[in-house]
Design a binder for this molecule. Structure first.
Ligand SMILES: CC(=O)SCCNC(=O)CCNC(=O)[C@H](O)C(C)(C)COP(=O)(O)OP(=O)(O)OC[C@H]1O[C@@H](n2cnc3c(N)ncnc32)[C@H](O)[C@@H]1OP(=O)(O)O
Ligand SMILES: CC(C)C(=O)C(=O)O
Length: 513
């Protein structure tokens, strides 16, 4: 049996059916160009009878895409087939895709025809399509719910009258993988001329089985897979092609098949499609989701650092990413924190990982994810502590502030190991109030020369960093404070200065240690 599985992308037809707004011809061409670069074999460019805009898009794609077959959908109606053919008149390799419901429910309650009439419509449509191109695909719509005897009948007739690709869609995503595999196996066993056509499948995801069913079909001999990148499509969508492609690559030995896809183009293509279709990719989406190559827990991160294969079955490079990511959170361990510090240029001797890790956990519990700038700040503060200049420590603060009113700050400042001083001050603003309260505790004759508050990081996750310059006697002292709370960051910057002053030789040590 042929080892090659053809990849048929229907983002521009079935995918677009599910979008709130249709794509412009330009956008469709952009997607088609990126699918061509990805190496898909067939692009279903549209359903030209459906609107003048869709006709124009298929025409534009036909003019510009030279390395893929271009396919157009048509009902089993002469006008649909003629229009499909006209839209593809510039295509190097045009395919007409005709379809017709074959399940009893579709024949009786939707198409409202007899079995005989449906057979005639199918045969006439295939014969007509063959007048325009020798590449004709026929789909037994709702094959998943078509009786096996009827399906074998339609498939045999479709091949006999000239269809060289037979598509078996699970239109409503009804079947289970074992059932779907059985359908394809039965067709191979019972349809005498089956070897004259490529068997294709087109699975929908209503029960989340689209990818599983497609893989089962390949095991049973299907050699064309229809789907879309990221699984866009009618209702719950189509089979996600990137998942099938990577499953075939990872299990190449077991399944014994390959595709023509340049897998390194997968990530880029998915981004383009997601943007143009205004459909964000869920973070946990297999292969292309943001978390697909991110490791967040300490045990996994440690395992990844020891050997990627412990927790990665796909090399991110294979889909076009540079490498996987280790997210730092309060579920991370020392191995991941150390690794990131080293990547940022810190050497082991520059920090004490055990001490840094304690602060890291406190911050991560408050903040969630920890970024490089957080680590830098933690390393800085840790170094300060290492220098043992933490004589003063903020034990407690409370601020009362109101619109157009004064602010009141209450603080408890720990001085050495034995003494704590409590102060309360009311001033014009919260930072002014807390600064006055803290200074009432130490009574240093200081003068604030500069005060600068910046956000470290982006959005609501940013840390506030206060940088201050204080004049004490003849000397200037710099202070820095960091916290998720800007008032706490400001207070810490002042206490940082108190500690510098306390360490300096300018002062008589009036507090007992
Ligand atoms: C399973 C799939 O995804 S199939 C593709 C689905 N995609 C789309 O439907 C998007 C494009 N569709 C459209 O633009 C429009 O539905 C059109 C232009 C195709 C048809 O529009 P209208 O002529 O107004 O018909 P409408 O959509 O209301 O109904 C569909 C008609 O097509 C008939 N029909 C449906 N499938 C087929 C078929 N494969 N072969 C022949 N006739 C069919 C229906 O029986 C119905 O005919 P009726 O009006 O005589 O009952
Ligand atoms: C036209 C056919 C292939 C289809 O989209 C379906 O059955 O879901």
């Amino acid at each position: 049996m042929n080892k090659k599985v053809l990849i048929f992308d229907t983002t521009l037809r079935d995918g677009e059916q599910a979008l709130p707004a249709s794509l412009s011809s330009k956008e469709k061409l952009q997607i088609a160009l990126s699918l061509e670069r990805l190496g898909v074999d067939i692009i279903e460019a549209g359903f030209p009878i459906s609107s003048p805009g869709d006709f124009k898009s298929v025409e534009l794609i036909s003019k510009n895409i030279k390395n893929c077959k271009i396919c157009s959908l048509a009902r089993c109606l002469p006008q649909d087939i003629e229009t499909a053919s006209q839209a593809m008149k510039f295509a190097v390799s045009p395919r007409i895709h005709v379809f017709l419901g074959t399940s009893s429910i579709h024949i009786e309650s939707r198409l409202k025809k007899s079995f005989h009439e449906i057979t005639e419509m199918m045969i006439n449509a295939i014969k007509k399509a063959r007048k325009y191109t020798d590449d004709v695909e026929f789909s037994c719509e709702d094959a998943g719910r078509t009786s096996l005897d009827d399906l074998c009948f339609f498939v045999e007739k479709a091949i006999k009258y000239g269809a060289n690709t037979i598509n078996i869609p699970d239109t409503v995503g009804y079947t289970l993988p074992a059932q779907f595999k059985n359908i394809i196996e039965i067709l191979h066993k019972k349809v005498p001329n089956i070897h004259k056509a490529i068997i294709s499948v087109h699975c929908h995801n209503d029960l989340g089985m689209a990818v599983g069913n497609s893989i089962s079909a390949i095991e049973a001999g299907a050699r064309q897979i229809e789907g879309t990148i990221s699984g866009l499509g009618e209702r719950a969508g189509n089979a996600a092609l990137e998942e099938i492609i990577m499953a075939l690559k990872i299990h190449e030995k077991t399944l014994g098949v390959t595709t023509n896809i340049k897998t390194k183009e997968i990530y880029r293509t998915s981004k383009i499609i997601s943007q143009l279709c205004h459909t964000p990719i869920p973070v946990n989406k297999a292969i292309i989701g943001k978390n697909a190559f991110s490791h967040s827990s300490g045990i996994h991160q440690d395992g990844i650092l020891k050997n990627k294969k412990n927790y990665e079955i796909i090399d991110p490079v294979d889909i076009g990413l540079k490498k996987s990511i280790l997210n730092l959170t309060s579920r991370s361990g020392r191995a991941a924190v150390n690794h990131r510090m080293n990547e940022m240029g810190y050497q082991q001797k520059d920090y004490d990982i055990n001490k840094l890790y304690i602060d890291f956990l406190k911050l991560a519990d408050k903040k969630g994810q920890i970024f490089d700038y957080d680590l830098e700040a933690l390393a800085f503060i840790n170094n300060q502590k290492e220098k043992k200049i933490e004589f003063f420590q903020l034990k407690y603060f409370d601020i009362q502030s109101k619109l157009s009113g004064l602010s009141t700050a209450s603080v408890i400042l720990k001085c050495g190991s034995k003494k704590s001083i409590q102060e309360v001050t009311t001033k014009n603003g919260p930072i002014d109030a807390i600064y006055q309260a803290l200074n009432k505790a130490v009574l240093y004759p200081i003068k604030l020369k500069k005060f600068n508050l910046i956000a470290k990081g982006e959005g609501k996750d940013a840390l506030g960093q206060a940088n201050i310059l204080i004049k004490y006697k003849s000397r200037n002292f710099h202070g820095i404070g960091l916290s998720t709370d800007v008032i706490e960051a400001s207070a810490k910057a002042l206490i940082n200065v108190f500690n510098h002053i306390y360490q300096s030789d300018l002062i008589e040590k009036k507090f007992n240690k």
